[in-house]
Design a protein around this ligand. Sequence first.
Ligand code: 5RP
Length: 154
Amino acid sequence: MVTNPLDYVEPLGKAGASGFTFHVEVSKENWQELVERIRSKGMRPGVALKPGTPIEEVYPLVEGENPVEMVLVMTVEPGFGGQKFMPEMMDKVRALRKKYPSLDIEVDGGLGPSTIDMAASAGANCIVAGSSVFGAPKPEQVISLLRKSVEEAQ
Ligand SMILES: O=C(CO)[C@H](O)[C@H](O)COP(=O)(O)O
């Protein structure tokens, strides 16, 4: 999470990023400008929200004239890997999936073989996984398992 996402649009675009996700908590005043700038650099805009932020705060960004294309529901407090998945965040995922059937919904934090089914069945279709993949003896097996769970839940 950064507090000044606008400053990173140009450098990330230049570096070849295909997507740019900013936090709603720091973008209440300028999200329209951010989304425009992100698109103008050829990137896909997304919005993230912290565990304590109500899901309703992202609705205007999904329903706006120039909307974000992905919502990232943080399932840990942003900051570092290896934290415990917060299952109560699945209410947010379910609410989003019900309201926006074709939206990309990402989850980040504590995702792995023991938590993926909760996230996938709630409606998440983009998964960020750190420790469970990089700490596995065979990372490719964990990736396949995560992918299978999401595909089967679609
Ligand atoms: O930066 C992060 C959170 O801010 C990590 O990307 C995230 O937590 C994924 O790591 P892990 O799968 O180990 O939870």
